[in-house]
Design a protein around this ligand. Structure first.
Ligand code: NAD
Length: 353
């Protein structure tokens, strides 16, 4: 066994069905009694229903969360929060809603209870990406890490099949990169392999029958594990590329992960053979990159960046940006090879063996 450090998993997790009912108990456990409930405009109804259920424990609803956590949206929410004398936030939704909760917590140190309804995994991380003037900046802080996460499988039953597929592939990407992270450790590697296995097994069943509770439960379990991987060890080329593409070309978050992941895996495969063997084993595939591509294609997820709004004349700039600042990757990021990777992802080519 190689030397390693395991930093622990500080967030309290409640997992099950009907667990939304446990929000009051979890607020009490934190010593909190005045919650602002957060959501996107799309999930306002769920937030208002939860606030009604919380009664006097809810002091307001802010259903303004949007993707990539624009600072202007956070500042408008902060003005509302200040007038409500809240002592915690309760977020019901995907990564966008979690992002708003984290941005408020960063500025106020209010406790966060997150109820995730996608597989993005942000709820398990101390990471926040905020956008100002079309530039997305990421930071880490213990203030950002949510105190409590309540996974309620029932809330994921309505996640549309297409979004389930791309969100699940987004989660798998966290686990794939955790397996070759510079600061990987044996516990996180076990979690990562199990996350890939759980999600790859569940997503096709969800596509067949979105109301399949057992499949939804497996996928949410995989998403928790993958989120915990993302929150514990460092990510590499794949996340860097998605960050560049999302920030500079405004590509949709989960779809970008779906299209790029097989190619990032192919790029890193020669330098991370053990990690790739574990990815392939978890996918029950003969090779990791092809297995990831086949999974995405089989789920009907986007496999080509050209299909999700990437301009062809942006590929050179994306390659430049991907190598502009140094970061750790198992295979050193080389401009020409990354340009080829992006070309493959742009056209949605199946990775070569
Ligand atoms: P999202 O939160 O934007 O959700 C997409 C849409 O689906 C929204 O309109 C949402 O209201 C709706 N939705 C969510 N759950 C639903 C459900 N169960 N049923 C019906 N509709 C539902 O998408 P996402 O992919 O979860 O999150 C993307 C954002 O999260 C990005 O801003 C990304 O940067 C961020 N993110 C951050 C981290 C981190 O660690 N900081 C990790 C992953 C993602």
């Amino acid at each position: 066994m190689e030397a390693f450090r395991f930093p622990g998993l500080p967030t309290r997790v409640v997992f099950g069905r009907g667990t939304l009912a446990e929000v009051p108990r979890e607020m009490e456990a934190l010593g909190r009694g005045r919650a602002v409930v957060l959501a996107t405009p799309h999930q306002r109804e769920e937030a208002e229903a939860l606030a009604a259920r919380l009664g006097a424990r809810a002091v307001g609803v802010i259903a303004e969360a949007v993707m990539h956590t624009p600072v202007a949206v956070t500042e408008a929410a902060m003005a509302r929060v200040a007038g409500l004398d809240a002592d915690c936030v309760v977020a019901v939704g995907g990564g966008s809603t979690t992002g708003l909760a984290k941005a408020i917590a960063l500025r106020t140190d209010l406790d966060q209870i997150i109820v995730p309804t996608t597989y993005a995994g942000s709820e398990m991380t101390p990471i926040l990406g905020e956008t100002r003037d079309a530039v997305k900046t990421t930071q880490r802080s213990d203030r950002i890490r949510p105190e409590t996460v309540i996974y309620d499988v029932d809330l994921t039953l309505g996640l549309p099949p297409g979004l389930s597929a791309t969100s699940g592939l987004n989660a798998i990407a966290h686990a794939v990169e955790a397996l070759y992270a510079q600061d990987r450790n044996p516990i996180v590697s076990l979690m990562a392999e199990e996350a890939i296995r759980a999600l790859a097994g569940a997503l096709p069943r969800i596509l067949d029958n979105p109301g399949d509770r057992a499949a939804r439960s497996d996928a949410l379990y995989g998403a928790w594990l993958a989120g915990a991987c993302l929150g514990t060890v460092g990510m590499a080329l794949h996340h860097k590329l998605c960050h560049v593409l999302g920030g500079a070309f405004d590509l949709p978050h989960a779809e970008t992960h779906a299209a790029v992941l097989p190619h990032a895996a192919a790029y890193n495969a020669p330098a991370a053979p053990e990690a790739m063997a574990r990815v392939a084993r978890a996918l029950a595939a003969s090779e990791a990159a092809q297995g990831l591509f086949d999974l995405a294609a089989g789920l009907g997820a986007p496999t080509a960046l050209s299909a999700i709004g990437m301009p062809r004349d942006g590929l050179d700039r994306a390659a430049e940006m991907a190598v502009a600042q140094p970061y750790w990757n198992p295979r050193p990021p080389e401009r020409e090879a990354i340009r080829r990777l992006l070309d493959d992802a742009f056209h949605g080519r199946r990775p070569a063996p």
